[in-house]
Design a protein around this ligand. Sequence first.
Ligand code: AMP
Ligand code: TRP
Length: 332
Amino acid sequence: MTRIFSGVKPTGHLTLGNYLGAVHRWVQVDQHRADALFCVVDLHALTVEHDPGRVRRLSRQAATLLLAAGLDPAVCTVFVQSHVDEHARLSYLMECTATDGEMRRMIQYKEKAAREQQRGGSVRLSLLTYPALMAADILAYQADEVPVGDDQTQHVELTRDLAVRFNQRYGHTFTVPKAVNPSVAARVMDLQDPTCKMGKSHAATAGIVYLLDEPDVVRRKVMRAVTDSGIEMAYEPGTRPGVANLLDILAACTGTSPRDLAEGYDSYGALKKDTAEAVVELLRPLRERHAQLCADPGEVDRVLREGAERARALARPTVDAAYAAVGLLPAL
Ligand code: AMP
Ligand code: TRP
């Protein structure tokens, strides 16, 4: 059976970008067609300045939202990365497999490091080595597929390279995984700046729809989305990113194609109104289920405990085999 692994970082409240780019598919398709693991990757949240209490709250919230969105612990595994030591154990071997140059070429590292430096802050070493940990997350489970938004494809490509290199050097140990992107909304853009990804840790929040935003807040953010000066409706992401983004969002919410949708509209106002309502309806059941789960925190704890046990049992033999393969003396 196909094995799937994916994760979400608790660095901010989950956004519509996370949902349409990743979580929606995990829920609708992936958990039913494969042996799937979904992880709140909390260790990754420590790669930038963080507040311990906030990371703790956001980790719990992210896990709760994944369940509220419809991940079913009866058919898939939901867990928190730091509960399973194998991730950190294997990450070190990945650091010993990757090169410094390869890590420095990662677009996300370059962008985030530049931003930190601009703010006068320092860059944590773990921000550079982050893809080694991400590779460990994936390879520890022998994952075949990694369903992610567009922005993570480069990291999954690097994971493939590391798996191939490790297997060549030390004998076949890891499955070589591949990234799978959604066909629509693989990159949801910020509503106020549609040339920029809708990211959960951005400071300006007017262009970001959070999954737990009240319906009126969602409507306001979508109605105020920046569009382009053109008047004719057309799906042209390169030249008219604002309208293309709204069409992508509406298409992803309704399971249609953005190009087809464009033909049905003659005003931006109508498009915004329909997009706002589609997003509100998409998020409604999720918000309701989230509230129910929050009233029963013991249930979320139970799911995470069982998820970590299952994950540990899967990862342990692979990581032990990797340790043995590189020449580390087995602990008896
Ligand atoms: P992150 O928020 O970086 O932990 O991302 C979790 C998942 O959501 C990853 O698969 C990302 O590729 C995906 N994702 C994050 N932001 C967006 C976005 N704006 N559009 C599409 N996918 C996204
Ligand atoms: N780097 C991913 C992101 O920022 C999160 C992540 C960490 C991940 N480990 C992973 C995604 C393993 C898929 C598989 O979104």
